[in-house]
Design a protein around this ligand. Structure first.
Ligand code: NAD
Ligand code: MG
Length: 390
């Protein structure tokens, strides 16, 4: 039996992970499940899977969670410290699927155990890539990517040497506003941005897909995870979302990963790795699909892509600034403080202000410096948004 824990169990990735585990209950012993405010979901899954412990990130939801799990034998805990404690409980396989920078600390704690960490929380690599990789190396932990593009690259690279890789191409659907003009995008509402043409994902990543901030994070994630140079990474708009990534080798060959837009591909690959096992995903009928389309991304429409390149060039704590400013700007868009296109403007302004103020590039990367930088970037984003409203 594989001992598994799922951080962010109530979210989109968490629920897809539970779907796979619940199909073969005899193979898994569930250690910890964690969630946020959806206590009902968390309690139901913890009961059904017989989890050892259920943790909500919110202290004030401890009592309702205890009530929901009364008589189940499932231990209950709440708050950030409880998340860390749950991450330090022995498990063979841990899914890191909390959304945002909040996933970094529990993810690092889980890495210290030395098992396998399935990494959906791309923000960990964007904010603290070298720290995450170094911690994994020190503890002999296997990191497996759970992003459709990065799982695709990982699979295309199997059995290959990185020295034979010329380029890595990650695809982008183009999100909800693929065919909208800048004028239309300027007036877009959160509801419109949260409708993805191909993927069913959490609200935040779906809006990040429409602004291409998700792809911006993924470019950085690619650089960190695979250790390639920024100019080896390309983004290709592919409206069908069936080719997830391509790896180009020195002999000119391109290896593409093709599959339905279902995150259970990437999750299942990480769950069973190094084996490949049957998964309950749709089999593609390419004759019926008929056409696959590709086009270059328009960087003028999507400044997030340019910003990602600037962040990689600067390095150090710049990724933590970028991610935190992006998270805050997204909050600002969601609560109506700024428009859709202003998210990139706010992020760029935060990067400009902070890069001249503090030595982001040379500072040591630790959990503390990343957390401090994250806080400063959030405050700066709030200040900029308030100035714009005034
Ligand atoms: P989601 O919003 O659906 O779920 C997020 C989970 O994190 C929930 O369980 C929520 O309760 C928990 N959470 C939120 N804030 C928290 C906090 N402050 N502390 C502790 N827990 C908190 O998000 P998602 O779409 O499942 O995405 C999860 C991660 O996976 C993100 O990093 C995202 O970029 C990445 N990812 C998602 C997909 C996808 O298809 N959804 C694809 C690739 C990568
Ligand atoms: Mg992705």
């Amino acid at each position: 039996m594989k001992r598994v824990s799922i951080f962010g169990a109530t979210g989109s990735i968490g629920q897809n992970t539970i779907d796979l585990i619940a199909r073969a209950p005899q193979d898994y012993q569930v250690v910890a499940l964690t969630g946020g405010s959806n206590i009902t979901r968390l309690a139901a899954d913890a009961r059904a899977l017989g989890a050892e412990i259920a943790v909500t990130a919110h202290e004030d939801l401890r009592a309702p969670l205890m009530q929901a799990l009364e008589g189940s034998g499932v231990e209950v805990a709440a708050g950030p410290a409880a998340l860390l404690e749950a991450a330090s409980r022995p498990a063979d396989w841990i899914m890191s699927a909390i959304v945002g920078a909040a996933g970094l600390a529990p993810g690092l704690k889980a890495i210290e155990q030395g098992g396998t960490l399935a990494l959906a929380n791309k923000e960990s690599l964007v904010t603290a890539g070298p720290l995450v990789l170094e911690t994994a190396r020190r503890h002999g932990t296997t990191l497996l990517p759970v992003d459709s593009e990065h799982s695709a690259v990982f699979q295309a690279l199997r059995g290959e040497e990185m020295s034979a890789v010329e380029r890595i191409v990650i695809t982008a659907s183009g999100g909800a506003f693929r065919d909208w003009t800048r004028e239309q995008m300027a007036r877009a509402t959160p509801d419109e941005a949260a409708k993805h043409p191909n993927w069913d994902m959490g609200q935040r990543i779906t809006i990040d897909s429409a602004s291409m901030f998700n792809k911006a994070l993924e470019i950085i994630e690619t650089k960190e995870f695979f250790g390639c140079a920024p100019d080896q990474i390309e983004v290709l708009v592919h409206p069908e979302s069936l080719v997830h990534a391509l790896v180009g080798f020195t002999d000119g060959a391109l290896m593409a990963h093709v599959g339905s837009s279902d995150m259970r591909h990437a999750i299942g690959y990480a769950l069973h790795w190094p084996e490949r096992r049957a998964l309950p995903v749709e089999r593609l009928d390419l004759a019926r699909v008929g056409q696959l389309n590709f086009r270059a991304p328009d960087e003028a429409r999507y400044p997030a892509l340019r910003l990602a390149r600037e962040v990689m060039a600067a390095g150090g704590l710049t990724g933590a600034v970028f991610n935190a400013a992006k998270e805050r700007a997204l909050d600002g868009f969601l609560d109506g403080r700024i428009g859709f296109l202003q998210m990139a403007e706010v992020v760029e302004e935060v990067l400009t202000r902070l890069s001249s103020e503090c030595g982001l590039t040379n500072a040591a990367l630790t959990l503390d410096t990343v957390a401090q930088t994250d806080q400063i970037a959030r405050k700066t984003a709030d200040t900029i948004m308030a100035e714009r409203q005034a």
